[in-house]
Design a protein. Structure first.
Length: 233
């Protein structure tokens, strides 16, 4: 890019005398070493900004991008993170009670994959996301179809708190469609839930309003996809 320059002489903030040509729009006089440090800092800030935008786009909330090792040890999620790091990008089930760090650990690992391996997962809160997609399909189809397409096409889908609420028939049908499509495409899914796979199967099969018809098919596909299941208490 061409821009006008000007010749200046002065003293850098570090105390080093400087005399040379700088861009006309530049407001600070810096010696070459300080200019290099400044540029590196700007580059790091831009990279951090890009990472923040990517994490936002992936659905990773800010609070899950920070890892507190001391707190993790208190609840035992430090061991869960070690286990997740040992896994390939396969389909995984993480079950267990509230307060053991399932969500934080899974989403922090997702942030690591984004930062370190440039893998862009798609993270959703299952019950709210299913509800919003079903509702949105009757209102803003363009946005909801984009979300649906991303859920079936992304390299890694993370569904948090699956089974939190009983499914209505439209939500069960949507969940079935997503799991079925990812199964066909050999896509990976991480699921966190307060239930084991068997407990969720019973919960889905006991759902009313026709949702139970999809329960067996959903669990059948998940059993075929899931390569590792861990229940943390």
């Amino acid at each position: 890019m061409d821009f006008k320059t000007k010749h200046v002489s002065g003293v850098c903030e570090c105390g080093q005398k400087f005399s040379g040509v700088i861009p006309e729009f530049a407001k600070m006089i810096m010696c070459d070493p300080c200019a290099l440090v400044f540029q590196k800092k700007r580059d790091l800030e831009r990279m951090a900004g890009c990472l923040r935008e990517s994490a936002d786009s992936c659905g990773i909330p800010k609070k899950y991008r920070i890892w507190d090792e001391a707190k993790a040890k208190e609840v035992g999620s430090d061991k869960l993170l070690i286990w997740l790091r040992s896994q390939e990008i396969n389909s995984i089930w993480i079950g267990g009670t509230n307060g053991i760090g399932k969500t934080h650990t899974a989403l922090y690992r997702a942030f690591e994959l984004l930062h370190e391996e440039n893998i862009h997962p798609y993270c959703v809160r299952s019950s709210a996301w299913l509800r919003n997609i079903v509702t949105g399909r009757t209102k803003d189809r363009s946005d909801t179809e984009k979300q649906y397409k991303r859920a079936i096409e992304c390299k890694l889908l993370i569904m948090d708190d699956l089974g939190k609420e009983r499914l209505t028939e439209p939500r069960a049908e949507l969940l079935y469609d997503i799991i079925d499509e990812r199964d066909r495409r050999d896509g990976s899914v991480w699921i966190t839930s307060n239930f084991s796979g068997q407990s969720l199967a019973e919960r889905l099969n006991s759902s009313g309003e026709g949702a139970h018809e999809y329960g067996h098919a959903i669990i059948k596909r998940l059993k075929r996809m899931i390569t590792s299941e861990r229940i943390w208490r």
